[in-house]
Design a protein around this ligand. Structure first.
Ligand code: ZN
Length: 298
């Protein structure tokens, strides 16, 4: 029997102490991912910085709307699966009544971490009592989808695309399984089973994106929409957001996510048992290579 805990090959080397920037302008909090050298890959450091930023915006009465953005060419390359700042085995102060993950044996380690850092955090952010807007350019891949999906609006540039290729790791979609709520079932199957890029223009057809604009108008358009949201009555906006979120719950979103989260973790455990790696031996490099191969095969 191999060691069931996936060993960390190195301790994290953070390239920045500020993976998330925070600024309030005209009643709008701009929360900006800022790991540009790694296309905003989301490590634990960034996850807790995002949570801090959202908490700060929630507690500030001067903030009426929150925009989530990503600096650089791409909105998000997804969860960090291979930068020097990958911090899988670093213990942060948990926010969600979940125990520390790093001391847990076998599959419990990742299960505990992802309950806290992925599923739990995303649900928490989705229920922020203020309107949220994701401003998406370039890639929005896997873990990046979770960040865009928890926002109330998604404004995308013409070059934006969405992708969840984790079926290649034997995994049924990322941890926050909103795929079949964001997309019609047959399209969700196509999205997941083929794992191909979905251009923003196609995503808009299914209502996954609110608006698409040329890249050079993305900031201006998002600013204008955020300003409109910020001008609405605070409680009315909160209640209205809750009303629609509640309809999603009545359609089974939460229980569907709970069920699929456990399938996701069965897949991680199976990978660990068969390849001694919870991602089935795939990393950012091999995922990119597989992407290229798939694209060239049309
Ligand atoms: Zn996972």
């Amino acid at each position: 029997m191999t060691d069931l805990i996936t060993p960390e090959p190195f301790t994290p080397e953070y390239e920045t102490e500020e993976p998330v920037l925070y600024e309030v302008r005209d009643g709008v909090a701009w929360v900006t991912m800022n790991r540009t050298s790694f296309n905003n890959a989301q490590n634990g450091q960034m996850t807790y910085a995002l949570d801090d930023a959202f908490m700060r915006a929630t507690n500030d009465d001067a903030v009426k709307c929150i925009v989530l953005a990503g600096n650089g060419k791409h909105f998000s390359a997804g969860h960090d699966i291979g930068t020097p700042g990958r911090d899988l085995l670093k213990q942060f102060d948990n926010r969600l009544m979940v125990p520390p993950h790093v001391t847990r044996p076998g599959a419990e380690l990742l299960y505990t971490r992802e309950q806290e850092q992925y599923l739990g955090m995303c649900r928490r952010w989705r229920d922020i009592a203020k309107p949220t807007v994701a401003m998406v350019q370039g890639a929005c891949i896997a873990g990046g989808l979770m960040l865009a999906w928890v926002c109330d609006f998604i404004i995308a540039s013409e070059d934006a695309f969405f992708q969840d290729p984790v079926v290649r790791m034997g995994i049924p979609g990322v941890e926050y399984f909103a795929h079949a709520f964001e997309l019609p079932p047959r399209i969700a199957k196509e999205f997941l089973l083929l794992g191909e890029r979905m251009p923003a223009q196609r995503a808009e057809q299914f209502g996954m994106v609110n608006k698409i604009v040329p890249r050079d108008q993305l900031l201006e358009t998002t600013t204008a929409i955020a300003a409109k949201l910020a001008a609405q009555p605070r409680l009315g906006v909160w209640l209205t957001k809750q009303a629609v979120n509640h309809v999603e719950e009545l359609r089974g979103k939460r229980s569907a996510m709970d069920a699929v989260f456990h399938m996701h973790h069965f897949a991680h455990a199976q990978n660990d048992l068969t390849s001694d790696n919870s991602l089935g031996g795939l990393d950012a490099k091999s995922m990119a290579a597989a992407n290229k191969k798939q694209a060239s095969e049309g």
